[in-house]
Write a protein of this length. Structure first.
Length: 260
């Protein structure tokens, strides 16, 4: 679950290193809205970054959010990541300005939107905790879906956020469900299904069941047997005292006469 996120981050760093080594400009492989050639950016733009600072700012959020995705939503992680990245790029191609849009920030916003909303929808305590963590840690990302700075592709951010939230509603299968307790079942009757409630009558009086009484009696008998065994074993282990009384023959004759 950690291998794939690390591989993604390593890939974008390798692409940036190749760009420097070859003294090339990969920006033309980004999303160029509403042009045929710009469609290729849907596939390549997440791996391309403008400079080292842009790459550094995207690396840590991409690693953390993708690890959270693969850990908590392992069954659908690849679908969310691949389909989400493609749809984010396509929406950016539709609504973006006439400029090259590059960077993994759209994917980051897609992951942010999905993870922050999915836990609230599922109502599972672990996923809900994850949603709060994502919101409190990366909640400031929301400011950059507005056109604050002309160099920032707010269209890509907005596309990613909308895609992630949309996927949070669409992906319902293979998601951890909220645990359902026995007493939440509409057919659950406490007096019949709960062993503790069976010990009380309709007036609230404590009336142990026959099974419970039999169990308690068996436990008492077992305890008594154990105590008896302990007593017998302790008696056998003690030394036996033999007491001899000497009686003279004269006294024996006298006693015999008295008996007759």
């Amino acid at each position: 679950m950690v291998l794939y996120p690390m591989a993604m981050v390593l890939t974008i760093w390798i692409v940036y290193w190749l760009e420097i080594q070859w003294d090339a400009d990969f920006a033309r492989w980004g999303v160029l809205p509403r042009t045929t050639i710009g469609l290729r950016g849907i596939f390549f733009s997440p791996f391309i970054h403008g400079d080292g600072l842009h790459l550094l700012h995207n690396s840590l959020p991409l690693l953390v959010l993708s690890i959270a995705l693969f850990y908590f939503y392992d069954a659908i992680s690849f679908k969310v990541l691949i389909y989400g990245a493609l749809l984010t790029g396509f929406l950016t191609w539709i609504i973006g300005r006439e400029s090259y849009h590059i960077g993994a920030s759209g994917v980051i916003y897609m992951l942010f939107g999905f993870l922050s909303l999915k836990g609230l929808i599922s109502k599972h305590f672990r996923l809900l905790a994850l949603s709060f963590f994502v919101v409190f840690t990366y909640g400031s990302l929301v400011w950059y879906i507005a056109p604050i700075e002309h160099k920032i592709s707010w269209e890509g951010h907005l596309s990613g956020l909308v895609t992630g939230m949309l996927f949070a509603f669409l992906f319902k299968r293979k998601i951890a469900e909220k645990p359902k307790y026995q007493w939440e079942d509409p057919k659950y009757v406490p007096e019949e299904n709960d062993e503790f409630m069976k010990c009380f009558d309709m007036h609230g009086n404590f009336t142990p069941t026959s099974d419970r009484i039999a169990f308690e009696n068996a436990a008492k008998e077992k305890l008594e047997d154990e105590e008896k065994q302990k007593l017998i074993s302790s008696t056998l282990n003690q030394p036996i005292r033999l007491i001899y009384h000497h009686t003279s023959s004269k006294n024996k004759t006298t006693n015999l006469k008295r008996r007759y």
